[in-house]
Design a protein around this ligand. Structure first.
Ligand code: CTP
Ligand code: CA
Length: 240
């Protein structure tokens, strides 16, 4: 797909996009994962670069070619993705959390492979992962509260003008999405209806983009670039 005819409305802007799905280690050979392929996140990175942005793509377990013009940073677990996203977000104008981040990880990672034994297997105890999107919202709030105070030496604030979240919902899509937008403190929330072969691993997507303080925007079923461009249109309109 040739990316022609796009506005250069993100020129000079620093954009961070996370993509793919995290893997949470159980032992050296096994993990808990999810079905995200990274296609939507990569479409976002590609189209942002085509619109002139300087793009850092934080990719979790994605088997796709690097998008032209983007700097790609790899992460495996939610903890690694968090480190990479927060580092890239210092001084960024826009952060888009398209990655499917595991909500939970095994509480104990076995150093050696778990062996089959005669008895029943031990249950795998889970513990909560940090919510990266919510943390970005909190860091921005803190940065704005501290505005005017002298900046700590050598530290660049995480204060993106626009924070975008994604939400995969199977039911009560709009009500759950609105609640999530408010809870996470983001500006835009791209809501996909998942299940029944929709969204995961397919080149097409349909979405509703919820806008903080505005009307939702419907993106009809089409290439994932269409959803990406609809997001960048809304982002560009909110940049100072
Ligand atoms: N997200 C995140 N860190 C997590 C979990 C999710 O940054 N630990 C981000 C995702 O990248 C996405 C958004 O939060 O942009 C919403 O993810 P979703 O799974 O829909 O929301 P949750 O708050 O985890 O709620 P639930 O899974 O219970 O619906
Ligand atoms: Ca979740």
């Amino acid at each position: 797909r040739v990316l022609r005819g796009r506005p250069r409305d993100l020129a000079g802007r620093r954009v961070v996009v996370s993509a793919g799905g995290t893997r949470e280690a159980i032992d050296p050979v096994r993990f808990l994962g999810n079905r995200s392929t990274g296609l939507q996140g990569y479409a976002l990175a590609r189209t942002a670069a085509a619109r002139g942005a300087e793009v850092t793509l934080v990719a979790a377990n994605v088997a796709l070619p690097d998008p032209a013009g983007a700097t790609v940073v790899r992460a495996e677990s939610a903890a690694q993705l968090r480190e990479a996203v927060l580092a890239a977000s210092a001084g960024a104008d826009v952060v888009v959390m398209a990655a499917a981040v595991a909500d939970f990880r095994p509480a104990d990672r076995h150093d050696v492979k778990i062996k089959k034994t005669d008895g029943e297997p031990e249950p795998i105890r889970l513990t909560k992962n940090p919510d990266i999107l919510a943390e970005l919202g909190e860091l921005r709030r803190a940065a704005r509260e501290a505005a005017g105070d002298p900046a700590p030496a050598g530290r660049v604030a995480v204060d993106p003008a626009v924070i975008v979240g994604f939400a995969a919902e199977t039911h009560d899509v709009l009500a759950n999405g609105q609640a999530k937008l408010a809870r996470k403190g983001c500006d835009l929330l791209v809501v996909n209806q998942v299940g029944e072969g929709r969204a995961f691993g397919t080149p097409d997507n349909a979405a509703t983009v919820l806008v903080a303080g505005g009307e939702p925007v419907e993106v009809p079923l089409g290439p994932k670039e269409d959803v990406a461009d609809a997001v960048w249109d809304l982002v560009a309109a909110r940049l100072p």
